[in-house]
Write a protein that binds this ligand. Sequence first.
Ligand code: F6P
Length: 326
Amino acid sequence: MTKSLSRPRRIGVLTSGGDAPGMNAAVRAVVRKAVYEGLLVTGVMRGYAGLIDGDMRPLDERSVGDLIHRGGTFLQTARSERFKTPEGQAQARARLEEAGIEALVTIGGGGTFKGALALQDAGFPVVGVPGSIDNDIPETEYSIGFDTAVDTALDAIERLRDTAWAHSRVFLVEVMGRDTGFIALAAGLAGGAETVLIPEVPFDVGELCESILTSYRKGKRHSVIVVAEGAASAADLGRQVRERTGLDTRVTVLGHVQRGGRPTGFDRTLASQMGAAAVDLILQGKTGQMTAWRSGRVLAVPLREVVGRRKEIDLSLYELAKILAI
Ligand code: F6P
């Protein structure tokens, strides 16, 4: 049973999993809203790994200055194997108690919330804030960092389109997204890609090559193919496209450039609203929840409805990208 939380004196905040632009803005919002409400705040370094090690520091309103526009996370982050074990979780709870932390805000993705739910189920109050460039967290339309990552991918796609056009080349651009196609679909649609490949929709290399050749026959002189990392390796696929079509083909893997950089205005706003909402939830005693964005509003959903579930992609956007690429 989670102990019923009277107004806590001190809360903790950590970032975990892959970093995402806007995490700093979320930490800033948690700290400043908490201070505004008269709470003390402890920052936990390196996610659950730092929690187990007791790597913590006090945070006040000044310690989160000049951060809202910075990518990365000043609390640093990690993916902790130790925290997946009952021993690691018990150690983490002991550290929280020693530090006088009575509730925790965890900012991250699916793995982060699995850990958060384990703490909550063991009786320690937690609220999650979704931060992941992949946007693969169920029950929220957006997670912090996705909008920025899509903009970064778009910037690259536009540069590659310039050179693809100049040389009449086929370009395959591999974007991140783990086993989902949210970044690929958003960047492909907005970037006017000729083809978008996502793991949610199986594809056939022969058909892909045929569609490229058909588009050339119809007058296109270049082709930009956005490949989600979970759909295929762009390097392997590029070799096959070159061999089968005989077209001049190049491959670019965007990789971790999508993880860094200045968060967009949308991500900063989302992070600010969600960070503050997380503190409100703690003050209302509504823990075991994740902040979620739906139709322009921040609300709360139970972590239990998020953990272990897969987020559905909007296939109508995939169809639209295909229609607009004729
Ligand atoms: O979850 C964010 C993400 O950037 C994924 O898109 C990608 O597959 C993965 O993390 C990369 O992880 P790492 O930074 O450990 O290489």
